[in-house]
Design a protein around this ligand. Structure first.
Ligand SMILES: [Zn+2]
Length: 207
């Protein structure tokens, strides 16, 4: 996907390129005058403006990359979404607030002694996973994301040992690397690995 440039962003130096359409120079830098994608020739650089740039809103579905895990909050860098001539751009990160690991239930007070433990992921995802999520709230700095519904959750994951894509078995609900025999439990989306259906999902939630 082509990277979206925002107005004011430095895209080159005057020494390297002359500004053309959609760009201007300032203090030796060439900067974007519009939101759009970069266009470059031998000596000139400019911006192909995008007509409709909008921001994500509550109720929309997003695709993103888990970037930071701070115990109870996982931060997610959101992707740009293109729909016809409209582009939705994330100007802030998303966050998934994960339920605190329920240690009391397994170690406490003899309740449900020796019950077969349900296989539950200790974390819904790991840094580096690609996820789909629903925006359920936003504040000044972040979008709050939910992955509770079946379509939402991890849609792509690589093995932490060898980097191969993990395969998902919907029967056992386990992610597995065939090469390393590593298995993981996560909150996996029913759309795991299905790029077309992920695009459909994102478009279905456009507001
Ligand atoms: Zn592996």
């Amino acid at each position: 996907m082509e990277q979206l440039i925002f107005p004011g962003e430095a895209i080159s130096t005057e020494e390297e390129f002359m500004p053309t359409d959609g760009a201007f120079s300032e203090d030796g830098s060439v900067r974007a005058a519009l939101a759009g994608t970069m266009q470059r020739s031998d000596s000139k650089i400019g911006i192909n403006g995008i007509k409709n740039v909008r921001q994500y809103r509550t109720g929309m579905a997003v695709l993103g990359l888990a970037t930071d895990d701070l115990r109870s909050v996982i931060f997610v860098r959101l992707d740009t979404l293109k729909n016809g001539s409209t582009s939705f751009v994330p100007l802030k990160d998303g966050k998934v607030v994960s339920p605190k690991p329920d240690t009391r239930r397994t170690h406490g007070r003899g309740r449900g002694r020796d019950e077969a433990p349900q296989p539950k992921p200790s974390k819904p995802m790991r840094v580096g996973d690609i996820i789909t999520a629903l925006i359920i709230a936003e504040d000044r700095d972040t979008y709050t994301l939910s992955i509770n519904m079946p379509d939402f959750g991890v849609v792509y994951s690589e093995c932490r040992e060898c980097g191969q894509p993990m395969e998902y078995d919907p029967q056992t609900k386990v992610l597995a690397c065939k090469a390393c025999e590593i298995q993981e439990l996560k909150k996996v989306s029913t759309l795991y690995g299905n790029a077309d259906r992920i695009q459909e999902l994102l478009k279905r939630y456009i507001k």
